[in-house]
Design a protein around this ligand. Structure first.
Ligand code: 1HN
Length: 356
């Protein structure tokens, strides 16, 4: 190893190694050996892009349904683990994603935690999630929030299994050592508000005159129905210029602030028109995609190499930070996605580069 070094460099290294060994018991380490890794010239995420084909994942979810009840599991979820971070329960360094199954008649008991969660409904209708005493019925394409420290439970009164994508800021909160959790005294929350009352109060470009937002720093709307998002995207595809990178892309908002629905996660829905051949871009927020309708191709390029993902409905894929993404769709498609963008923006760290 030292063969190529001149003798005085070898001697210098030996002196340094003795220094490192001697000071190590005092928990001291030399910065100069690691400085270049600590301050990379650009993000070089250890995360790799990955695709989960729904037809491959679904049988395992159903088998998990046979292997354990929702109540026993507390949450019956298959974690979508980044292949480069196996065993760490995360899909990017800051975010967690999983697919959750609830069978007819099952209950996932009420609890709360400081981690924020989002649900994006993938398959089946008629299960419900209750947040802070109000239930909302789940339908494919709906986006539902569970803000930090709100009690939530899920149940399925329908006759089909219901499957959704969970997104949580678990790794981020773990990094900050700021996680608390509590189990509720009853399995199922007492329903104290009529279904749809939050949406009636806050979902129509209006807001109550005096009432304070019970969701604190999160959106008072906790269910964003797909039919609304879908309709908006289709109208914009017809009537407005289509972005060369994103197609038609909208972000979900907290109607009281115009910011993201929860402080740690941004959510988006986009439509790629038929024949869309997108330009490449990269952003510092790694993003997780759930394919809602249609098919297409994601081309991802980074220091890990090049990957091509052919996606269809209910597939999931992750594009890590600062890896270049280009989207294509012959048939046209609709994609849901989420990322930690609001955190990066709040800290002044977010960057995006749109390549020509
Ligand atoms: C959680 O509370 C849910 O409420 C889903 O459905 C996944 C993963 C880790 C920690 C808490 C849920 C979770 C979770």
């Amino acid at each position: 190893m030292n063969a190529a070094l001149p003798p005085d460099a070898v001697a210098a290294q030996a002196v340094r190694q003795v220094l490192y060994d001697d000071m190590s018991p005092l928990n001291l380490a030399p910065l100069w050996e690691v400085l270049h890794n600590l301050v990379p010239l650009q993000p070089n995420s250890p995360c790799v892009p990955a695709l989960w084909k729904y037809e491959q994942v679904r049988p395992f979810l159903l088998r998990a349904g046979d292997a354990i009840t929702a109540e026993e599991a507390v949450r019956r979820v298959l974690i979508l683990e980044n292949p480069a971070l196996r065993g760490k329960s995360c899909i990017t360094q800051s975010l967690y994603a999983g697919l959750q199954l609830i069978r007819p008649g099952e209950v996932a008991p009420a609890h709360r935690h400081t981690q924020s969660a989002l649900r994006f409904i993938v398959e089946g209708s008629g299960a419900y999630t209750a947040v802070d005493g109000e239930r909302t019925t789940m339908r494919p394409g709906d986006f539902i929030t569970t803000p930090s420290w709100t009690f939530h439970d899920h149940g399925n009164d329908a006759d089909v299994p219901v499957i959704w994508l969970d997104g949580l800021d678990l790794p981020l909160v773990a990094h900050l050592d700021a996680g608390f959790a509590e189990t509720a005294s009853a399995k199922t929350q007492f329903v104290s508000k009529a279904e749809g009352s939050s949406f009636a109060r806050y979902g129509h470009n209006m807001a109550p005159v005096r009432e304070a937002n019970a969701m604190g720093r999160s959106s008072p709307i906790f269910s964003y129905p797909y039919e609304r998002s879908r309709e908006a995207l289709h109208q914009l595809e017809r009537d407005a210029p289509v972005d060369a990178w994103d197609g038609v892309k909208l972000r979900y908002i907290n109607p009281l602030t115009g910011g993201s629905p929860m402080p740690t996660m941004a959510t988006f829905m986009q439509r790629l028109p038929a024949g869309f051949d997108g330009k490449a871009y990269r952003q510092t927020d790694g993003a997780i995609f759930s394919v809602v309708e249609g098919s297409g191709t994601a081309y991802i390029e980074s220091h890990h190499g090049k990957q091509t993902f052919a996606f269809s409905p209910r597939d999931h894929f992750v594009v890590p930070s600062w890896q270049t993404l280009r989207l294509e769709s012959n048939s046209g498609c609709v994609l849901f996605s989420f990322s930690d963008r609001p955190v990066q923006q709040a800290l002044g760290l977010h960057r995006e580069e749109r390549l020509a």
